[in-house]
Ligand binder design. Sequence first.
Ligand SMILES: [Cu+2]
Length: 116
Amino acid sequence: MSERLTRMCLLVVALLGLGACGSVPVERQLELTVTATGYDRPRLEARVGEQVFIRFRNADTVAHNLTIELPSGRRTVSAEAGVDAILAFPARQAGTFRMFCTVPGHTEQGELVILP
Ligand SMILES: [Cu+2]
């Protein structure tokens, strides 16, 4: 193979690689467990541009939910006792957003930090 052809092949491979990075959002897999004493961690982190998947594990004996106030609106997922649920959303804007449970009388809370 000529040197020129080799260089052209490398360029095509590089461009295809960049194209793939630009079109497929990075996935951010997070976990949050709720027990009778609240969420097991006070803070979760993601980055702008990532597709966020939070596995919400309910290790308690009553139902709970995970609610996050994002600039694009409120996202929530509920989980019955002993059940896992997934909350998925794109991280579009940097900031610190409150996470909490909306079941009356429940006080679990934390924050989601989306880094720029
Ligand atoms: Cu709750």
